[in-house]
Design a protein around this ligand. Structure first.
Ligand code: PEP
Ligand code: MN
Length: 367
């Protein structure tokens, strides 16, 4: 695949209302009335660029509402005629693609479960060949960057040039405040891998509840995302899917009005030089950090050598528990978060174990 993809930014796909690019609409199309009323409400906000609705719904458990299927396409078409809003729907197989294209759907989005499945991705990409359609690819449900890149490559290789990404968070078994863990480092890395591809954020599926939408959307804006996909329903409490995370068009407009948009760059020279000075300091401390880590690893290697010569095991649980406990306490006294110290030290410890394993396996242990 070429290093730099020749794709068009989502802001050029159509005229839009200004940053951020907003896609909104119900989780699922439920009836003609619900689709039309929601679309009209969204249009009235003056902030929405594209209308979304799911008609084929991938549900975790059977017997949940699985969408109205192709019957929803004429409702969406009517909503587009009445509001002028372009449409996006989710496609999960070739048949969905053909039906959506037949109805003139402007943008197809690929859901998180489908993006995780290379067979499905290839089938969908092949079905799109030659179409002038926008394609938005959600992150796969599992935190696998290569799989996400692979999904983009398949669509790109099918000749599609209007490609964008949607960060919707990652499945988790652990209980968390989020429905899907944001793991912001993954979309950030994706942005640096594919800088030409627009990145939207889906705070609805990350948060899973209305109260988290603004906080997540704000964070996405602070990280320079290009836009948002947010679920909005004319009567959210009565929604047949994802009721807790949907908001009315009026509430959506309030959330969008509350977003603070910051610029990635400043033109103020004073601010620039103050930042440069601080960044120099950061670089200095980063160099020091690296040097200290290097020195620590040298000590780890010497210990590995002694353990090898004396036929001792690498992992000494008690010693390790003491280290981590002490470091967390010391860090906390310095105002560093316990969770951060725990993660940072565990990463260092893992590397130490790897180094010592290499030393152990270098040649047979002497007896
Ligand atoms: C949706 O957007 O309604 C949806 C099913 O999303 P995801 O693929 O992110 O779960
Ligand atoms: Mn949904």
């Amino acid at each position: 695949m070429p290093k730099s993809l020749n794709v068009k930014s989502i802001t050029t796909w159509k005229e839009y209302n200004g940053r951020p690019f907003i896609i909104a609409g119900p989780c699922s199309a439920e009836s003609e009335k619900q689709v039309l009323e929601t679309a009209i409400g969204l249009k009235k906000t003056g902030k929405v660029d594209v209308l979304r609705a799911g008609i084929w719904k991938p549900r975790t458990r059977p017997n949940s509402f699985e969408g109205v299927g192709s019957a929803g396409l004429p409702w969406l078409k009517k909503a587009k005629q009445e509001t002028g809003l372009p449409l996006t729907i989710e496609v999960a197989n070739a048949k969905h693609v053909y039906e959506a294209l037949k109805f003139g759907v402007d943008i197809l989005w690929i859901g998180a479960r489908t993006a995780a499945n290379p067979f499905a991705m290839q089938e969908i990409a092949t079905a799109m060949e030659g179409a002038d359609v926008g394609v938005l690819i959600k992150n796969p449900i599992n935190p696998d960057l290569e799989l996400w890149v692979g999904a983009v490559e398949r669509v790109y290789n099918a000749g599609i040039r209007k490609i964008g990404l949607i960060h919707r968070g990652f499945s988790t078994y652990e209980k968390s405040r989020f429905r899907n863990l944001p793991q912001w480092q993954i979309p950030i890395e994706m942005k640096s891998r594919l800088p030409q591809v627009s990145m939207l954020n889906d705070p609805s599926h990350i948060g899973g509840k209305r109260s988290l939408l603004l906080e997540i959307a704000q964070k996405a804006m602070d990280l320079n995302y290009d836009g948002l996909m947010i679920e909005s329903h004319i009567n959210p409490d009565a929604a047949l899917s994802d009721a807790q995370q949907q908001v009315t068009p009026t509430r959506l407009a309030e959330i969008l009005n509350n977003l603070v948009l910051r610029e990635p760059m400043t033109h103020n020279d004073h601010v620039k030089s103050a930042l440069d000075e601080l960044r120099n300091k950061i670089d200095f401390y980063d160099d020091q950090l690296l040097e200290i880590v290097e020195q620590r690893m040298e000590v780890v290697k010497s210990i590995g050598q002694i353990k090898k010569e004396n036929n001792m095991s690498i992992l000494q649980n008690k010693r390790w528990e003491e280290i981590i406990y002490k470091s967390i306490e010391k860090g906390a006294q310095k105002g560093l978060s316990r969770e951060f110290i725990n993660r940072a030290f565990k990463a260092i410890h893992q590397e130490s174990i790897n180094l010592q394993t290499e030393i152990m396996n270098d040649s047979k242990v002497k007896r």
